[in-house]
Design a protein around this ligand. Structure first.
Ligand code: THU
Length: 128
């Protein structure tokens, strides 16, 4: 699967972001080992603290479909910013070495890293 296809999927999902409170759309595309792509968008709530990030929506959707292993994550954020700490932790559960592409609102890669770099010395299943 090319990065371009994954970026395209994340960019397309951006249209479905639900962010009336922050006006800050975030979308994600997660490539599973099966070859399927699972997308996510931020889902905000009138009770602000209940907002769910795009990355966690993508992971939840993939897990619900029976996926357990992941190969790459693309996150589209204005300015190409990186996943929040909560999302890093949730991703670590399934894919501690996950390659992560951060992409800006025009579809340009701003940074290419891994979850291990974003969340060093993580607390995970092996910690229990
Ligand atoms: N957001 C995400 O969807 N993912 C992140 O990793 C960081 C933040 C969303 C949550 C909220 O809807 C908006 O961005 C502003 O914080």
């Amino acid at each position: 699967m090319s990065d371009e296809l994954l970026i395209e999927a994340a960019m397309a999902a951006r249209a479905n972001c639900y962010c009336p409170y922050s006006s800050f759309p975030v979308s994600a595309a997660l490539l599973a080992e099966s070859g399927k792509i699972y997308t996510g968008v931020n889902v905000e709530n009138a009770s602000y603290g209940l907002t769910i990030c795009a990355e966690r929506v993508a992971v939840g959707s993939a897990i619900a479909a029976g996926e357990r292993k992941f190969e790459k994550l693309v996150v589209v954020v204005r300015g190409g910013g990186s996943p929040c700490g909560a999302c890093r932790q949730v991703l670590n559960e399934f894919a501690p070495e996950l390659p992560v592409l951060m992409v800006d609102e025009l579809g340009r890669i701003s940074s290419e890293t891994t979850l291990a770099e974003l969340l060093p010395r993580a607390f995970g299943p092996q910690s229990l």
